[in-house]
Design a protein around this ligand. Sequence first.
Ligand code: KG4
Ligand code: ZN
Length: 373
Amino acid sequence: MSDEKLIIMDMGNLTSDTHSVRPTLCLGIESSCDETSAAIVDSYRNILAHIIYSQIPEHQKYGGVVPELAARAHILAIDDVIKQTLAKANKTIDDIDVVAATAGPGLIGGVLVGWMAATGIAQSTNKPLVAVNHLEGHALVPRLSATLANGSASGVQIEFPYLLMLASGGHCQILLVRGVGKYEMIGQTLDDSAGEAYDKVAKMLGLGYPGGPIVDKRAQAGNPNAFKFPRPLCDKPGCDFSFSGIKTAARTFLDKHTGELSEEYINDFCASFQAAVVDCITNRLQNALKDDRVRKATPKTLVVAGGVAKNSAIRSAMEKMAQKNNMIFAAPPMNLCTDNGAMIAWAGLENFAIGNVVKEPVAPRPRWPLTEL
Ligand code: KG4
Ligand code: ZN
């Protein structure tokens, strides 16, 4: 494995560690898509070591993740990633109290690699094992680390319940997070996820993979009013999303265009597309705040998580919305938005704390909704 593909993160201490009781240490493993990642996180919210091996260069030439290649790449990388994580934290496996790994949802070939590695480690060392739902990893990581806006002190942990916009490559959901394992679906996409829409539009424009960060960057230099993208479902009640109409509109605009795509055209296209996505997200979240279940729960914090949470326009629109509604806005730091081992280690710790450990063999699941925890 070449070094340039490894992202080794030095997060330092997230909280000043003045606790007297030894913290619980969790080794977390993530392998559900195109990142092989491991982290050691402690129960005082310190990330001791975190390694992400990104397969993006392997999939780039195909314009998206190829599941078979991803599974093989995970097999080749997983041992090194775990060994390097332990070495970086200056720990041995004996120092670890609990092992956690993604058991779904995701590309099953990859999930199996991480899950079997974790099972092997846990069984051979007699350590407790947690089967983490990947979406729960995204949903809980803001409790490990988040930038809080609206006057809150940094380093403070966000509390349950919170209203979560979970937007990734595979999912787009508004959830009421009541506690660990307690998720209520307020709205979800009827077709594509937000990340998928970004990736597909980028592909149409020939911008490469993954499309989200590229479209986000291009959008910053463009005119959001240049193209009239639809805002599907925004004239309807409810909190569900639909992105396929936006994608079709993109195709239609491009089919009508003749000649080369100028830089200006691409930037305007990206800005207009992104404005439509942002409008859909804010429209659906406004409705979510009026939902009876949400009103009764009175969440104090509005949270965004998942790969798409890296998006600057979505973050700032949600921050404004939180301010208007007298809520705190919280988002994980950029490197904890896209898939990573630290979020799995943290979800492992949160589940371990409530006794949710594996008691009998677990079969990883390609589909595993948060509402089925
Ligand atoms: O959470 P994630 O790493 O993987 C899944 O669990 O699916 O999310 C990856 C997705 C991709 O679709 C990628 O294009 C999108 O997150 N993404 C972004 C940005 N950065 C990553 N989308 C919009 N703006 C960004 N800055
Ligand atoms: Zn993910």
